[in-house]
Design a protein around this ligand. Structure first.
Ligand code: SAH
Length: 373
């Protein structure tokens, strides 16, 4: 509910819009029409909703608003065509999304699948900041502010569709934040995007630092979005140093949940892995990774380490440097019959690559402490 007593309908699912229509004395069919106006035709006001009739439209303006997010800045990488978008939310907080053009997602083009050539990927944020504090990630340095609403997640896609002639073909929930800590809004947003904007659920990927409970829930609900897990080490001691969440949910719990998810869905899982020099690129680490990856059918996405020095962290705070042995490690994984792809560093010249999304702290109020991190 808005401060003026009106409901912000941007972000309501089709069923919620049907309920809303009924609540204001209209038919449920009107709710389905609203769904199409909001998400397929991307209406920003009630005036243009011509098939609704004048009295319905004035009733809507009395009881509802369509309040989205505002684009405040765009940065474009001349090198690879990646665009970073900065949005302001209604409460003044800011988030970023990244649009990654075709054929730039992977470095080893020889191994690209055909559809890579036409793939336009939008990387969306799910939280303002992030509470997980992974030691190599820029977003972590911002602290955590709040979860995004369903509408704020969906509107990142709607805004991009308004901006560009070509529509995104793939959505990755890999921007700021941990999607599994905002599970309901993320899944609602995915559902709305699939029905409203025509991007199939199987072309959406939810990436998590590893919440076993939510991974199981995705299995139980047989979610059709893809699951990616930011692994970064298959050795508990190492992973706990890199990702504090591993202390709460160690690898055996994570793997149990992944096996459960696979048994329920039969969907291949993606593991994200950044090779850090001398940390998780050793023989022992590779052995552990190979063992871990053998449990369910998977794909390993190797992400180059992108600098987060721009966040103002002193270099002494950042003990990690990119591994010089990436190619060697990838060869070894492939030799063990694992699918491993090296992602490109698309967007790193504009600080828009994986893990580089952080809005300057001076522009944000103070973060809050998140209870469930
Ligand atoms: N919280 C979710 C999604 C956001 S992060 C998750 O952890 O999966 C998206 C991806 O970027 C993750 O795989 C994350 O590990 C990776 N990443 C974070 N910091 C990075 C950096 N500095 N360089 C490269 N990748 C990074």
């Amino acid at each position: 509910m808005d401060s003026n007593g009106k409901t912000n309908i941007l972000g309501l699912t089709r069923e919620q819009l049907e309920d809303f229509a009924e609540a204001i004395g209209e038919s449920r069919y009107r709710g389905r029409q609203l769904f199409e106006w909001l998400y397929t035709r991307r209406a920003t006001s009630f005036d243009g909703m011509t098939n609704l009739g004048k009295s319905t439209r004035s009733q809507l303006s009395r009881s509802a608003v369509i309040r989205g997010i505002n684009l405040v800045q765009q940065s474009f990488s001349r090198r690879d065509g990646t665009t970073k978008l900065l949005f302001e939310l209604a409460d003044g907080l800011k988030i970023e999304s990244v649009l990654i053009p075709p054929a730039t997602s992977f470095r080893d083009t020889g191994r690209q699948q055909d559809d890579e050539q036409s793939r336009l990927t939008l990387c969306v944020s799910t939280q303002v900041g992030c509470p997980l504090d992974c030691k190599f990630c820029a977003t972590g340095t911002m602290g955590f502010f709040r979860n995004l609403t369903t509408g704020e997640i969906v509107d990142q896609v709607l805004q991009v569709k308004r901006l560009t002639a070509k529509s995104p073909t793939n959505i990755v929930f890999m921007g700021m934040g941990e999607p599994m800590l905002n599970y309901d809004n993320v899944m609602n947003a995915a559902g709305i995007m699939a029905t409203g904007t025509g991007i199939a659920l199987k072309r959406m990927t939810v990436s998590t630092a590893g919440r076993p409970d939510r991974i199981r829930q995705m299995g139980d609900e047989n979610r059709r979005v893809k699951l990616a897990v930011s692994l970064h080490s298959a050795v508990d001691a190492t992973r706990s140093t890199l990702m504090p969440i591993n202390r709460k949910f160690p690898l055996d719990q994570l793997l149990d949940a992944i096996e459960y998810y696979y048994a329920k869905t039969r969907r291949r899982v993606t593991y994200e892995y950044i090779f850090f020099d001398g940390v998780n690129d050793t023989e022992r680490e590779l052995k552990a990774l190979i063992k871990f990856a053998r449990h369910v059918p998977c794909k390993i996405n190797v992400i180059p380490y992108h600098s987060i020095a721009f966040t103002g962290k002193r270099t002494s705070d950042l003990p990690f440097t990119p591994s010089p042995r990436v190619e060697q490690c990838v060869r070894e994984l492939r030799a063990h019959h694992l699918t491993a792809m090296v992602r490109s560093n698309a967007g790193d010249d504009i600080d828009a690559a994986c893990g580089q999304l952080a809005v300057r702290l001076s522009r944000q109020p103070r973060p809050v402490v998140h209870p469930s991190s």
